[in-house]
Design a protein around this ligand. Structure first.
Ligand SMILES: *[C@@H]1O[C@H](CO)[C@@H](O)[C@H](O)[C@H]1NC(C)=O
Ligand SMILES: *[C@@H]1O[C@H](CO)[C@@H](O)[C@H](O)[C@H]1NC(C)=O
Length: 313
């Protein structure tokens, strides 16, 4: 009797169990199923998230002592805040243009912290204790802002080929996010709005900074990479102050930012740049070129090499 009841129950519960399995299984499948992505998007995802263990990192890792370019002993300066008020120096750039690297170089150059208009906890954890500080105790103040009111006495402006900056920033944001299928998909879906915003910001940022009337040192990221000593010299002269103990060899000995990430996206960048985006970005470059022509003729001329050939799209 007990046995037959058991059999009867089993017969009754089997369909229910099967239904539950199908529902749960189906839900799981639906959830984990990769989004419908173009091959280019797939590649992009792979390059942005090369391994599940990818640690969030900035484009230029400064906290890890890798090799150093001159083969000399790494020079790690003890950083402090300036006890003597320094002129307010903006370190202005669009995102993805080497701002963090230049901050590191300034640290090594002066032994004084750089500040920032932002307070990024992750940056603090990497030893950039000047996050959020924007007074005379820091040697320069990071800003990505388009600022109508400039509270600064002088500015270091870093400019980079926007086609590189856009990928650098996308990559940085990507490596910060958690790894998983859903974020991947969400991330790729953000590409269009990301690029629309980025290109617009790139233009207005430079337009705005060209209205800055006080001393301005323009640094072209690409040039900084190829001739670091010359640029450190320029920066040193620009920021010099009686209270600063500038050491160029120290900055050179630990210029870890000099080691650029391998450009994993190089082969398919063109695939994710739409014809419209290229058109807009080229016209942005030309607009900035025009603005720079008077004050920085050499830089303006060199910007022509940034233009992408629209015929390929
Ligand atoms: C930094 O500080 C440590 C400990 O106070 C000291 O041993 C070291 O020599 C200092 N380094 C420099 C470059 O001043
Ligand atoms: C600069 O730093 C180097 C270490 O890289 C040190 O040997 C040298 O004495 C420093 N120079 C000055 C002027 O402090």
């Amino acid at each position: 009797m007990i046995l037959s009841t058991g059999r009867l129950d089993a017969r009754r519960t089997l369909p229910v169990t099967l239904l539950v399995i199908v529902v749960i299984g189906g839900t799981l499948l639906l959830y984990t199923r990769p989004a419908v992505l173009t091959p280019a998007s797939r590649q992009l995802i792979k390059s942005i998230f090369p391994s599940p263990n990818l640690v969030a990192s900035h484009e230029h890792e400064t906290d890890k002592q890798k090799t150093n370019s001159l083969g000399s002993t790494p020079c790690k300066r003890n950083l402090s805040f300036s006890s003597v008020p320094l002129p307010l120096t903006a370190l202005a750039s669009v995102q993805g243009s080497g701002n963090t690297w230049v901050r590191h170089l300034l640290h090594q150059l002066t032994g004084i912290y750089t500040g920032s208009v932002y307070s990024d906890r992750q940056t603090v954890s990497r030893g950039f204790l000047g996050e959020g500080v924007r007074d005379g105790t820091v040697v320069a103040i990071k800003t990505h802002r388009v600022e109508k009111e400039h509270p600064y006495d002088r500015a270091i402006l870093i400019i980079r080929n926007p086609y590189d900056a856009i990928f650098a920033e996308f990559n940085r944001q990507g490596s910060r996010s958690h790894v998983g299928v859903a974020p991947f998909r969400a991330y790729i879906q953000r590409w269009n709005s990301f690029t629309t915003n980025f290109q617009r910001r790139w233009l207005t940022f430079h337009e705005e900074w060209m209205t800055f009337k006080k001393p301005l040192l323009l640094i072209v990221y690409e040039n900084l990479v190829v001739s670091l000593p010359e640029h450190l010299q320029k920066m040193a002269e620009f920021i010099k102050h009686p209270s600063l103990k500038i050491n160029i060899s120290c900055a050179l000995a630990d210029s870890t930012g000099h080691f650029r990430r391998v450009d994993k996206m190089a082969s398919f960048k063109d695939e994710v740049l739409s014809a419209d985006l290229v058109k807009t970005m080229n016209s942005n470059i030309k607009a900035v070129q025009k603005m720079f022509r008077k004050k920085f003729p050499k830089v303006a001329e060199a910007m022509s090499s940034w233009l992408k050939n629209a015929r390929n799209y």
